[in-house]
Every structure is written in C-alpha cells, then in structure tokens.
Design a protein around this ligand. Structure first.
Ligand code: 13P
Length: 223
C-alpha cells in the first residue's frame, strides 16, 4: 500500500524537520511507499526514509518565471516525485498547463502523483466518469512512474470521505484505463482508512489534514 501525505500550506522548515525526524525514526529503513509533500520552503536536503515530493513546480529547468520553482530547485533537494493536478491548483490553471507539467515531469523521469476528481455538481448530474476520463486524456496512462489519486472535490477537507461504492465505481473505471496504482484522497482518517484500503483496485491513500501531525500519519500507516 502507498501512503502519501499532502501537507499543503502547513508546516515550516523548523516543524517539518521534526516531522521528518519522527517519521524517519519510525519507518526505520528507506520505504518508497511512503510519500510526503511538504511546502517547498521546508524541503529537506538530507536523505529520508520516505520519499519527499513537491506539491508544485513549473515545467522548466530554470528561467524567467517569477515566483516559480524549476527542476534545478528540486534537484538541489534530490526531489524526484511531484504532485500534479490537485484540485486546489487546478483552480489556478488550465488543462494545457497541467499537460505541460505532466510532459515535463515524464521527460525527466519523475514519479508523478496525478490527481483527478469531480465536484458535487458533476457527481449529482451523473457526469463523474466522463469528467474523469477527460482529465486523464491529457496524460500518458502507460507512464511507468505514474500514480493516480482520485480525490473527489466535495470530499476534500470536508471531514467526510466519498461513499465506498462511489470510490469503488471510479477505481474500477480508472483501472480499466491504466495499470498505474490508484489512490483515494478526501477526508481519509483513522476511522475510514481500513474500509477505503479494502476497496478493490485501491493501492493506497493521499491524506491531507489527518497527516498534518507525524504521529497521526504514522497511526494511519500502521493501521
Ligand atoms: P483532506 O485529507 O484534508 O481531505 O485533504 C485531502 C487532499 O486534498 C490530499 O491531497
């Protein structure tokens, strides 16, 4: 199972250092199935027992892109894993930009956690699968370093995960399109994680709020 934590705009350099220390100690040995996305100002240079990923980047090595983060900056921290298409970022860019990011990350061999997810309006009008198919059309579903995270927007940060049967339906559909491991994200917590991990085709979780404390993330990992 893959356990990924998206810390979003939480944690400072100082607090993430402690977070990583706790996680490193508990994990003990290098584990490629635990991924943490800290804010970029908190990236750690040292080797960790988990994979450190970038929540965002600009599809360039470096250049005149004010305020952005290029490959050169990720390289400095040994970062080889990126999150693309999170709904909180999709709101700021278009599909073409997401494709440019994906193509750049693929070209450079990054592990890509690619997020998809519909809002409540689409869900209620039975357009979920059509919508998700479109979101997946812009990427190479055969890319070997791809992980797909299904994160229904209505569930993110709400405290209530999507219904098991709705997750199952989506994962079944996505698994018919790709061999990539499939994660679920959206209000995953200690109460629902077991049920979610038991859903067919579910290879793990992408956790936000419930992973903000290292101890809580560890509890989710340990099950
Ligand atoms: P929550 O777990 O806080 O709902 O966030 C999920 C998420 O957006 C992870 O990327």
């Amino acid at each position: 199972m893959i356990f990924a934590a998206n810390l979003k705009c939480n944690h400072t350099r100082a607090s993430f250092k402690i977070y990583a220390e706790i996680l490193n100690k508990t994990i003990g040995v290098k584990c490629d199935d635990i991924i943490v996305f800290p804010p970029s100002v908190a990236f750690l240079e040292k080797e960790n027992n988990f994979i450190q990923g970038a929540q965002n980047f600009y599809p360039c090595v470096n250049g005149a892109f004010t305020g952005e983060l290029g490959k050169e900056h990720l390289d400095e921290f040994g970062i080889k894993c990126v999150l693309i298409g999170h709904s909180e970022r999709r709101a700021l860019g278009d599909e073409e930009f997401i494709k440019a990011k994906f193509d750049f990350a693929k070209e450079h061999g990054y592990k890509i956690v690619f997020c998809i997810g519909e809002d409540l309006k689409l869900k209620n009008s039975n357009q979920t699968l059509d919508f998700l198919k479109k979101q997946l059309e812009v990427i190479d579903l055969d890319y070997k370093n791809l992980i797909i995270a299904y994160e229904p927007i209505y569930s993110i940060g709400s405290g209530v995960s999507a219904k098991k049967e709705d997750i199952a339906k989506v994962l079944e559909f996505v698994s018919s399109l790709t061999q990539a491991p499939l994660l679920y994200g959206g209000s995953v917590n200690g109460d629902n994680i077991k049920d979610i991990l038991n859903i067919k085709h579910c290879s793990g979780v992408l956790v936000g709020s419930a992973a903000l404390k290292a101890e809580n993330f560890i509890k989710l990992i340990k099950g």
